[in-house]
Design a protein around this ligand. Structure first.
Ligand code: GDP
Ligand code: IMO
Ligand code: MG
Length: 429
């Protein structure tokens, strides 16, 4: 069994919580793209875990893997391992494997991300984690891989090869790389060498491990980061991240054939959020938007930035269904809608007398669209303690079943609070 989970919106749909919940049903959980731009929050027995690199199955039994399509900041990984060990969760190579070909985020990638964003006349609002520049090096074949940093000699040879071009690039922004590295990152080479030594025993071939596991009947869950409309190819360019975030990317990045996929789960927040710039047709600039943000705790896990909030956007969801081939949907944060009346859902956009039930193919037109809404009656009952679908208020059930009907995909779980226990399994009707 090979299941892929992706965010259906602009990230922060609650993927971390859902992966944590489902983890016990799997033997292996694998991250396949992105880097520490991701922030996945898990609340387990009252304790909060914020993960950026380590897969969200960490609190459960499965083996965890980081695939070669990830760009990894080794210092963030070590911080995460230390944070977990303070909570008595000890990570060893038997638990975590990292592909030898995983790209390493270097200090100059982070500086370039900051400099690139500073000179952009229209900002993207990146997380400034060096993601784009690390992927650029992969494509340009100038990356440093995990297999390089675990060997001091090879690592030093490799950085001597790439540093001259980084110096020139950073100089083009009017800055001196060596000065920056000395002032901001003193001793970074030695630090990377030390981390490399620590990570040597984690090296693995993720494609081989995943394929072997599947061949022996084991269950593998591929955990996506970011969200569908941040996809580098199909998203709302230029306001996207630098990796492919959709389900097919799990096959490419993990080296697993598409014939092995058995299910694709889409995580859909009951409303929508976006952090950073870019079109968000249903964005609310009023009290309702503030209320969603406060009630939903909509502040970035990675950067702390307030997330932009709006009503659920069905044209975008229809496109997510196509891009990912979802076989089921997990609807999250339904509790945040409690007390709102009416609850609105965007069923189409208007643009200069034209109506769109599917997003227009040009991002600049999407940003000029105005939403048309269907109104649903709300509910006032607190729903976080409900565990049985039939106990949900009638209006909440109508909301869920309408979404199901419109996108023709079954909703299998409904999340009604941040804690792992706050989840309702929806029976087949
Ligand atoms: P991810 O990036 O998709 O893993 O999502 P994040 O963890 O960045 O953001 C989701 C936030 O919502 C986190 O703070 C979660 O603890 C929280 N959360 C997840 N599911 C629910 C839910 O059903 N209700 C509420 N109120 N909060 C939730
Ligand atoms: P999770 O996995 C929400 C956004 C950034 C910015 C754009 C590009 O927690 O859902 P980048 O640093 O990737 O070059 O920034 O992408 N972004 C996210 N937004 N959730 C995320 O991850 C995100 N990762 C990147 O805010 O708009
Ligand atoms: Mg997040």
């Amino acid at each position: 069994m090979f299941t892929i989970i992706t965010g259906s919106q602009f990230g922060d749909e609650g993927k971390g919580k859902v992966v944590d919940l489902l983890a016990d049903e799997y033997d292996m959980i694998v991250r396949f793209q992105g880097g520490d731009n991701a922030g996945h929050t898990i609340i387990h027995e009252g304790e909060k875990f914020k993960l950026h690199i380590i897969p969200s199955g960490i609190l459960s039994r499965p083996r965890l893997l980081i695939g070669p399509g990830v760009v990894m900041n080794p210092e963030i990984l070590i911080q995460e391992i230390e944070m977990l060990s303070e909570k008595n969760i000890i990570i060893k190579p038997e638990k975590l494997g990292i592909d030898a070909k995983t790209s390493i985020i270097m200090p100059y990638h982070i500086r370039l991300d900051e400099l690139g964003e500073a000179v952009r006349s229209e900002k993207i609002g990146t997380t400034r984690r060096g993601i784009a520049y690390a992927y650029m090096d992969k494509v340009a074949r100038d990356e440093v891989q995990l297999s390089d940093i675990v060997d001091e000699k090879r690592f030093k040879k490799r950085i001597n090869e790439v540093l001259p071009q980084k110096r020139r690039l950073i100089k083009s922004f009017g800055e001196d790389l060596d000065e920056y590295l000395e002032t901001e990152e003193e001793g970074w080479v030695d630090r990377y060498v030390e981390i490399g030594k620590k990570l040597k025993s984690y090296l693995t071939d993720v494609s081989r491990e995943v394929n072997d596991a599947l061949s022996s009947g084991k269950k593998v869950l591929a955990e996506g980061a970011q969200g569908t409309h941040l996809d580098l190819i199909h998203g709302t360019q230029k306001y996207v991240t630098s990796s492919s975030t959709i389900a097919g990317s799990a096959c490419t990045n993990l080296g697993v054939g598409p014939t092995r996929v058995t299910g694709v789960i889409g995580i859909v927040k009951a409303y929508i959020t976006r952090v950073g710039e870019g079109p968000l047709p249903t964005e609310l600039h009023d009290e309702t938007g503030d209320r969603l943000r406060e009630r939903g705790g909509e502040y970035g896990t990675t950067t702390g930035r307030p997330r932009r909030c709006g009503w659920l956007d069905l044209p975008l969801l229809r496109k997510s269904v196509n891009l990912n081939g979802y076989t089921e949907i997990v609807l999250t944060k339904l509790d945040v809608l409690t007390g709102l009346n009416p609850i609105k859902v965007c069923h189409a956009y208007k643009h200069k007398n034209k109506k769109f039930e599917y997003p227009p193919h040009e991002t600049h037109i999407l940003s000029e669209c105005t939403p048309e809404y269907t109104e649903f009656e709300g509910w006032n009952e607190k729903i976080s303690d409900i565990r049985n679908y039939n106990d949900l208020p009638e209006n909440a059930k109508t909301y869920i079943e309408q979404i199901e009907e419109i996108v023709s995909i079954p909703v299998t779980y409904i999340s009604v609070g941040p804690d792992r226990r706050e989840m309702i399994k929806k029976p087949d009707l």
